[in-house]
Design a protein around this ligand. Sequence first.
Ligand code: CMC
Length: 400
Amino acid sequence: MPTKPTPEMQKWCLDEKGQPRIDKGAENLCMDESEICFIDGFNSKLYYRGYNIEDLAKYSTYEETTYLLWYGKLPTRSELDSFSEQLRNNRDIPQGAYDLIKLIPRDTHPMEALRTVVSYLGNVDPEKEKLDLGSMPAKAIRLTAKLPTVVAALARSREGKEPIKPRKDLSHAANFLYMLTGNVPSDFWARAMDVSLILYAEHEMNASAFATVVVGSTLSDYYSSIVGGIGALRGPLHGGANEEAMKQFLEIGSPENVDVWYKENILTGKKRVMGAGHRVYKTYDPRAKIFKEYAKKAVEVSKDSKLRKIYDVAERLENLVMSQLCESRGICTNVDYWSGIVYYAMGIPIEQYTPIFAVARVAGWSAHLMEYVARNRILRPRLYYKGWLDLEYVPIEKRG
Ligand code: CMC
């Protein structure tokens, strides 16, 4: 006779009243202690290793922020110089990676292409045999240094252009923009990219950090873990939202269309505002505020009337979100809302926005991987089983 499991058989899933304790989306799961990042989602605050994101965006660089995330303290001048030099010295990618990039079909989404090339870099890493924690910082430096080169080469290959080799005399952000566009950026654009990388560098146990740590918790290798993170980041509910936000502004087209679009798509529940809402922030995302300032400056500096129109669309839609969704339901604009406008002003194609997020977030993924694996326990949650047990196996020819 078919049966169902007794509550006793899965008691780890029951609360005190004997009801299944389901945490859909793992919203209330506090899976470990950490010293990397704190999000104060009720007061619009974000801290990396105790430092306020607003201060980091004002005073730090991506190189310094990455050092902070990995080693838990701000570097001294000589520590930062040495760390930055290691990054500069590891920017080149092997010829095999360039060859592979040429083989990837041009219509492949750059995040899928990135996943493929990162996997290949793992195949040729000089310490690929080592799975231990000790080999991780050096691998993290190599991959963090190479990711901009890969993303830029993929972006250019998509447009049928030859890759531009990295330069050692430029900062991480300036070199990345140089390889993407072919022009050494002015201080303003280099700093805008630098700040965007700082803002995207880390964000606690989000879906992609979780995916990274799940893979790493099996004591699998560094590259497999990061590939897991890239796969999770690609989705439109996570990193993919920066591309979707931009497409949404273009779809709306003009500020006077915003109200009708909102009524037809958001009020009817047909669509979500992309770049709004967050699992943790129930107020304005502090990163959105900083990105908005840069988006505003970017529009002024670029003097592009099309961009001005996109900005006006975004601002009008944001006003609706803030007045109708933010205060009442805690759905406010997030980091992905304004970042696209900054990248658009830089002349970067929309499908490259999520890869840029990955270029930055490798810092956070690596920090979590190192922290978790240092006190590792395999991640293995349970499910509450609602199906049958002991069903009779019917031979195929007798099945109805
Ligand atoms: N626009 C309209 N309604 C929304 C939105 C939105 N952007 N986000 C959530 N809601 C509504 C949703 O429809 C649901 O309504 P109801 O209770 O009536 O069914 C309610 O809010 C709760 O939504 P949820 O999906 O249960 O919330 P969540 O915490 O699971 O999801 C989220 C968080 C970020 C996936 C979601 O807010 C969303 O889909 N936002 C749009 C995509 C986006 O901008 N993602 C980037 C997130 S920030 C950067 C990153 O982490 O990558």
